[in-house]
Design a protein around this ligand. Structure first.
Ligand code: ZN
Ligand code: FE
Length: 238
């Protein structure tokens, strides 16, 4: 079971709970207090953290959750020096067991060197951190356009119905750019109208799906790394 909750200014926190074994993981730790509040209200005991990358808004709660709750922290090898209290390093390609779920680790560099996504086939869900956003993608802080394009391609290659849990609510800002470069895309127009309605009611636009992004997200629709690079720099200056 997956629980999504807003925290900080525009982050999402997520809990992954296995009702059979009682294990509960937080995907990233933007706000330890809010994570613990959510666990308490659901009757969960937090046991694990899966970090996607080392940025502050994704690891800030690690130390507190380790010290006060003894959680096991899993995160990317190449970001490990910058991930507080990391216990187990992953670098992509691993499949590990979490209660009754198999978790597939995908290396998705570009935003950071080590960035990883966590794909759970049994739940048709992937936690992508800051790799892909609804109608957008992460900034390339530590990687090349080729790397980021390949990372987005790994998400695009998952089954169409896969739910994409991205770590920020950026959809309307992303949509304004997307429509400016793809004005005649009917699917994008419908997507954006729906997102505006959700946000007007303060509802999340996350999760999205692989199919929705393949139809509407200009970064996922880019045909080559060079087209992707051109879009990414246009967005940076939008
Ligand atoms: Zn980030
Ligand atoms: Fe972030």
């Amino acid at each position: 079971m997956i629980t999504l909750f807003p925290c900080l200014s525009d982050n999402y926190g997520f809990l992954l709970h296995d009702p059979i074994t009682g294990l509960t993981a937080a995907i990233d730790t933007p706000d330890a207090d809010e994570i613990l509040r959510q666990c308490e209200s659901l009757g969960y005991t937090l046991t694990h953290v899966f970090n996607t990358h080392h940025h502050f808004d994704h690891v800030d709660g690690n130390a507190m959750l380790k010290e006060n709750h003894g959680v096991t922290i899993i995160g990317p090898e190449a970001d490990k020096a910058r991930i507080p209290n990391i216990d187990i390093c992953v670098s992509g390609g691993e499949v590990f067991t979490f209660g009754s779920f198999d978790i597939h680790v995908l290396h998705t560099p570009g935003h950071t060197k080590g960035h990883c996504a966590y794909y759970i086939p049994a739940l048709r869900s992937v936690f992508v951190g800051d790799t892909v956003f609804a109608l957008g993608c992460g900034r390339m802080f530590e990687g090349t356009a080729e790397q980021m394009f390949a990372s987005i391609g790994k998400i695009a290659a998952l089954p169409d119905e896969t739910q994409i849990y991205c770590a920020h609510e950026y959809t309307l800002a992303n949509g304004a750019f997307a429509i400016s470069v793809d004005q005649n895309n009917v699917d994008l127009g419908i997507y954006l109208e729906n997102a505006k309605k959700l946000r007007a009611q303060n509802m999340p636009t996350v999760p999205t799906t692989v199919l929705k992004e393949k139809r509407a997200n200009p970064f996922m629709r880019a045909a080559s790394a060079s087209e992707f690079a051109r879009l990414r720099s246009a967005k940076d200056n939008f």
